[in-house]
Ligand binder design. Structure first.
Ligand SMILES: [Zn+2]
Length: 295
């Protein structure tokens, strides 16, 4: 049976959520604290951010577990709480999720380098991601969404770690830089290389998020589209970050983001959301631009 998310994507563009991290920081999350802890300490506040996105028109929202893999939690002395924190995060989102909408179990990078650059082995990464995905699924997510991966090898470990748990839909989104020679991950991997490897590892949806603003993501989407037959998820940042007096902010007007969202759909994306700097206003504008008849 086809997953309900893919069925929806065949009927119309699926709207994802916007940023979580920047919303939590705006709500007072101290710099340097792992936001995953707020699933325990401020569950209502996390749930309220999810609710804002559903109300703005998101079909799917991500759990607050971007930094929730045990290797990342280890840095805050919390790796033993991996199962509990991720399960709790899934339950928070599930609780506010309308019946016909989706909860995406969010998985982000470990922040560690894989061998030989760093210490992390593919087996250790896979095991770590598998533990996180298992807890997210236990907590009730509808699928797994792997995001902001800057290393293909790490992304593959995450896809395999989730896929080995059984029949779960997996989205795999890499983050690319734009260079004169094209789009590449931080590790120097190109789009075609990433897409074919992710598909082979079992990814059901191919994506990209973060690093690039909505304008650059239009061209990126075209390239991903030519590299895959799978549905494509694109989640741009709110334009390019602006730094003034050491403070970085995103200043793109939501309407411009939404206009680019339309071009991203035309370029071949079936699923669109936002990354850094986006909030519920961006999602509202995106819904207006992509689904004017639903209003
Ligand atoms: Zn981002």
């Amino acid at each position: 049976m086809k997953h309900a998310l893919l069925e929806l994507a065949e009927r119309r563009t699926v709207i994802f959520d916007g940023a979580m991290g920047t919303m939590l920081m705006a709500a007072g999350l101290p710099a340097g604290e792992n936001p995953v802890i707020w699933n325990l300490e401020k569950g209502d506040l996390v749930g309220d951010i999810h609710r804002q996105y559903y109300e703005a028109g998101s079909d799917a929202v991500h759990t607050n577990t971007f930094l929730g893999n045990p290797l990342k939690l280890h840095q805050s002395g919390l790796s033993e709480k991996t199962a509990f924190l991720n399960e709790q995060a899934a339950k928070i989102a599930r609780k506010v999720c309308p019946e016909d909408k989706f909860v995406a179990g969010d998985i982000g990078p470990t922040g560690l380098f894989m061998k030989p650059l760093g210490e992390l082995s593919p087996e250790e990464a896979e095991e770590s991601y598998s533990r996180q995905a298992e807890a997210l699924i236990k907590g009730g997510v509808d699928f797994i969404s792997i995001e902001t991966m800057f290393s293909l090898e790490e992304a593959l470990s995450a896809v395999r770690g989730a896929k080995k748990l059984g029949n779960i839909l997996v989205i795999a989104a890499m983050t690319y830089n734009r260079t004169k020679k094209g789009f590449f991950t931080m590790m120097g991997e190109g789009i075609a290389q990433c897409v074919s490897a992710l598909e082979e590892a079992g990814a059901d949806v191919i994506g990209s998020n973060c690093t690039l603003g909505s304008a650059d993501m239009i061209d990126l989407t075209k390239e991903i589209r030519t590299a895959t037959q799978k549905p494509v998820l694109i989640q741009p940042n709110a334009g390019k970050p602006v730094t003034r007096k050491g403070i970085t902010s995103y200043e793109q007007p939501p309407a411009e983001f939404a206009e680019h969202g339309r071009a991203i759909r035309e370029a071949g994306a079936q699923m669109i959301g936002g990354c850094c700097g986006t909030n519920a206003d961006f999602i509202r504008e995106l819904v207006k631009a992509l689904h004017p008849s639903s209003l």
